[in-house]
Design a protein around this ligand. Structure first.
Ligand code: ZN
Length: 66
């Protein structure tokens, strides 16, 4: 078999084709978030860390799926 999850290909806003777990893609869609490639996500996570104190929205999911 192919493992416990499927890999989905999604087009990031920057034009990169990103390989992500379908679980991650579905989770992002449920949350109403755009799907990003790793480069964009890593950059956004770094930005979110800087504004973490003023933005109390939980971002735990973004740190646990690498
Ligand atoms: Zn991107």
């Amino acid at each position: 078999m192919f493992g416990p999850y499927l890999i989905g290909k999604v087009l990031c806003d920057c034009g990169e084709l990103a390989d992500l777990d379908e679980e991650v893609i579905l989770r992002k869609k449920l949350l109403g978030k755009s799907v990003e490639c790793r480069a964009c996500r890593n950059r956004r996570i770094a930005e979110e860390l800087e504004i973490d104190n003023e933005n109390s929205e939980s971002s735990d999911n973004f740190y646990s799926d690498c």
